[in-house]
Design a protein. Structure first.
Length: 337
């Protein structure tokens, strides 16, 4: 971190400024010249808040050099993290496809979709039990019964399961029964929930918030990592922009940014990004080509009658065709699918 002091800083202000940092065990390097008073702050600056430093009399400007997150950063952990989900490895040279319906609707629905996606090469089954809907009048999910049905689909197919958690009070049940706990876009900054998940060792899929910057997203991951849970998988699911044609705007460059900044695996959700099933194969090919570590895709056997997100759900046949293409591309880009 670099601090520029005001040219007219007084001797006592300067003393106070130096003490502020040395009392917190930071080293202060004076790099001032005749025309400018600058100091380098050496130490773990992730613990410092820029806004607080501006309150010290005589401070003109504060520039952060190191990222505000530490455990999520590549400097802290240069090797890519590979998250092991009951033997399915996410990260490294693997491209893992997670697929299933937006919501669990019935036993028949979830088991038949699970069997279909497994046949096509999906390695993990998705299905919402507790649904975060914009309208309180929309289908809210089968809730606890949805979790029971996911477990039945897991038993029938052997596929590990992922489902979204909405509140801390469900953590014990999720830790017991779910293989990956999904934190939805709307809860990315639910810090109490993130802290509680940090105390578990379960793999967590952390979706990017609707309007979150990459730094905010990595800071959210930092909450889970700082709590002691290293099993974080990031998921880019499209962000809010001015564009209305697509449901969200897939920020494909976020994958490259995360790969540059962090060691955590990052997957893409092409379904919530485009919001239209016809876009899903194209966005999925782009995800594989850009270097994402996998996908989470919505698949429904009867999208017209789906209780949630039918418009963006692929039918099993289309999903199978898409998987065929992805399997051809994967070796070209050095990924195992
Ligand atoms: C979902 O995956 O069903 C979902 C609600 O996604 P998001 O949190 O990305 O909107
Ligand atoms: Mn959905």
């Amino acid at each position: 971190m670099i601090i520029r002091a005001k040219q007219n800083i007084t001797e006592s202000e300067l003393k106070n400024l130096k003490e502020y940092f040395t009392s917190k065990n930071f080293q202060l390097i004076d790099a001032s010249s005749e025309n400018v008073k600058v100091f380098g702050i050496i130490g773990d600056t992730s613990k410092l808040i820029e806004q607080d430093i501006y309150t010290i009399p005589g401070v003109e400007a504060v520039t952060r050099i190191q990222a505000p997150y530490k455990k999520a950063s590549k400097e802290f952990h240069p090797e890519p993290t590979i998250v092991d989900v009951n033997g399915v490895k996410i990260g490294g040279d693997n491209f893992v496809v997670i697929a299933g319906p937006c919501s669990v609707e019935s036993k028949e629905q979830i088991i038949s979709i699970a069997e279909e996606v497994k046949k096509s090469g999906a390695k993990i089954l998705r299905g919402g039990a507790f649904k975060p809907r914009t309208s309180p009048y929309a289908f809210q999910g089968l809730e606890a019964e949805g979790l029971d049905l996911l477990l039945e689909a897991k038993k029938a197919t052997g596929l590990p399961i992922i489902t979204e958690i909405m509140s801390e009070d469900m953590i014990d049940r999720y830790v017991k029964d779910v293989d990956i706990i999904q934190v939805g876009a709307r809860n990315m900054q639910n810090f109490h929930l993130l802290k509680a998940l940090g105390k578990t060792k379960k793999p967590i899929l952390l979706k990017r918030g609707l309007s979150a910057t990459i730094e905010e997203w990595l800071m959210a991951a930092e909450y889970i990592l700082a709590g002691g849970n290293p099993n974080v998988i990031l998921c880019e699911r499209g962000i809010r922009t001015f564009e209305k044609y697509t449901r969200n705007t897939l920020d494909i460059s976020a994958v490259l940014a995360v790969k540059e900044l962090s060691h955590l695996p990052v997957i893409i959700d092409p379904s919530h990004s485009g919001g239209r099933w016809a876009m899903v194969p194209g966005l999925s090919k782009a995800s594989l080509a850009v270097g994402a570590d996998g996908l989470i895709v919505e698949v429904h056997n009867d999208p017209e009658h789906a209780l949630c997100d039918g418009a963006q759900s692929l039918k099993p046949k289309k999903f199978d065709e898409m998987m065929g293409v992805l399997k051809q591309i994967a070796p070209i880009v050095g990924k195992k699918i």
